[in-house]
Design a protein around this ligand. Structure first.
Ligand code: ZN
Length: 168
């Protein structure tokens, strides 16, 4: 297989934006009825976790505050703390069902840094495997990716629910 991956290369970590779409994908509203289809994994108090619909690899997660803010330093203490906690929970959840060998965690601030949605800040979490042989081609079969996304969603959701219960 052609080598598609170089770690953390900006062109592959760019946020995915629906061309022409005006709605902010991170302004998710209060209706959680379609969270599975929307790939929203967890709703916290001030921030939430969703899967990237156009993942860099299987298990590519995004964490964002509910508030539509662009400024990293505009996060409240509560948001900042919860986002960090969610990062930790996501790492545990992935360890529990995907067994990655490592993680990339980061944020693209500004278009020049690869942010597709630059008005609403969000973290990326990528599980990594040595050799990255488990990776799905980003620009490969859309169908394969969407099926894989749902399967991964269910696995991660189960882990997250368990971890949240344990955390009380
Ligand atoms: Zn937004």
């Amino acid at each position: 297989m052609k080598k598609l991956w170089a770690p953390w290369r900006m062109e592959y970590i760019q946020d995915s934006v629906i061309p022409g779409g005006k709605e902010c994908i991170f302004c998710i509203g209060n209706n959680s009825a379609n969270d599975r289809e929307r790939l929203i994994l967890h709703r916290g108090e001030t921030a939430f976790v969703m899967m990237n619909k156009y993942p860099y690899n299987n298990g590519h997660l995004l964490i964002a505050p509910y508030r539509h803010i662009a400024d990293f330093n505009g996060l409240t203490d509560e948001e900042f703390l919860e986002i960090q906690q969610l990062l930790g929970v996501c790492i545990e959840a992935m360890k529990g069902c995907m067994h990655p060998h490592g993680f990339n965690i980061g944020m693209n601030l500004g278009q020049v840094a690869g942010a597709g949605v630059e008005d609403h800040i969000h973290y990326h979490i990528l599980p990594r495997w040595s050799g990255d042989t488990n990776f799905l081609p980003v620009f490969g079969e859309v169908k394969v990716i969407s099926e894989a996304l749902e399967a991964t969603y269910d696995k991660l959701k189960e882990q997250l629910v368990k971890l949240m219960q344990e955390a009380g």
